[in-house]
Ligand binder design. Structure first.
Ligand code: SF4
Length: 331
């Protein structure tokens, strides 16, 4: 069995369900995995009929038919899930059961995390006061993770090196005896990354970053207003990176570092450097957008991070384009 690792805050996550302003049960395609589909076929009575009428079996993979206002057909008027209410949480398909969790399945371990696209997860991640760390789940909890039951094999050399690299960077990034900008500079120096700690020189200007993001696939039209504001941003960077909010930005960098250090690394040249720069630059772009839109507090920062995550992280195409742009800036 593979050990399962999570960020230190992972187990504190709670879905806020009906209180959620940006429910994951609205506006997203919800694919139904084969195991759950087979189970749904066995459900009898009214719920069985409703389930079969609500799944588009012709789609590949099959998915729930959303209502005209793009809600999951089982999301009721109170903001609760009828499947959970009637059949229990174990009736959820993998996507619903997982969300907002992400997983990186490596040959010798599984790494789980919480995605920033969920407002409750964003709030939890950004408001952490304890420095980020990666912890192993106890075996009885790890056993609930389906990929944990796969055989554990040795890590390939690249992934092994990337995990060691991430492990070495985390203490540098979370060393609060130094201002965050100095820590970023230190990390860049360690990785031989020739970029300034404020990130603007990476893409030339804030308007160039806005143009790059504007040219990407769009999920929510509201993202345009964020990009309009970013385009207009000209002032010099970030006193606040070293101020009160610096812990939130530190948390963001650690989040991106944890999530992306190893994913598909074999397809990218110089993964150590590009993934490190990518993690820092994602946090700096969120910082720039937050300032550009006049954000002042943790709530608005969480919302900016959530929007960024939905638009960039949850579009494979957009994520890849941003990683490519970081790679181009580095080499
Ligand atoms: S987005 Fe997060 S908080 Fe909102 S309904 Fe989904 S899991 Fe719950």
């Amino acid at each position: 069995m593979k050990p399962v690792f999570v960020p230190n805050y992972y187990e504190s996550f709670r879905c806020i369900a009906a209180a959620c302003k940006h429910s994951c049960c609205v506006g997203w395609e919800i694919d139904v995995d084969a195991d759950t589909l087979a189970y749904y076929d066995t459900v009898t009575g009214e719920m069985g009929k409703r389930l079969r009428a609500s799944i588009d079996h012709e789609a590949d993979p099959p998915c729930f038919r959303l209502t005209p206002d793009e809600r999951c057909p089982f999301l009721n008027e109170s903001g609760l899930c009828d499947l959970i209410t009637e059949l229990g949480e174990e009736s959820l398909c993998h996507i619903c059961d997982d969300h907002p969790r992400f997983r990186n399945v490596l040959s010798d371990r599984v790494e789980l995390g919480l995605g920033l696209c969920c407002e409750a997860a964003a709030e939890l991640i950004l408001s952490q006061t304890e420095p980020f760390s990666v912890v192993e789940l106890p075996p009885e909890k790890a056993a609930r993770e389906r990929h944990a039951h796969e055989d554990s094999e040795a890590l390939d050399d690249l992934t092994d090196a990337l995990i060691a690299h991430r492990k070495a960077l985390l203490p540098l990034l979370t060393d609060r005896t130094k201002p965050l900008a100095d820590r970023i500079r230190h990390v860049f120096h360690e990785c031989d990354i020739d970029l300034s700690e404020n990130g603007t020189d990476t893409f030339g200007s804030f308007s160039a970053i806005a143009a790059l993001l504007r040219d990407m696939e769009r999920l929510d039209p509201a993202w345009d207003a964020y990009l309009d504001a970013l385009e207009e941003l000209t002032e010099d960077p970030p006193a606040e990176l070293n101020g009160e909010a610096s812990v939130a930005y530190e948390n963001l960098i650690c989040y991106f570092l944890y999530r992306y250090m190893t994913t598909d690394a074999e397809y990218w040249p110089n993964a150590k450097r590009t993934r490190t720069a990518f993690a820092v630059l994602c946090a700096l772009i969120i910082h720039a957008i937050h300032r550009a839109t006049g954000g002042k507090d943790l709530d608005s920062l969480c919302e900016t991070a959530r929007m960024f995550s939905c638009e960039i992280e949850y579009s494979e195409e957009n994520l890849e384009r941003l990683m490519e742009a970081v790679g181009d800036a580095l080499f």
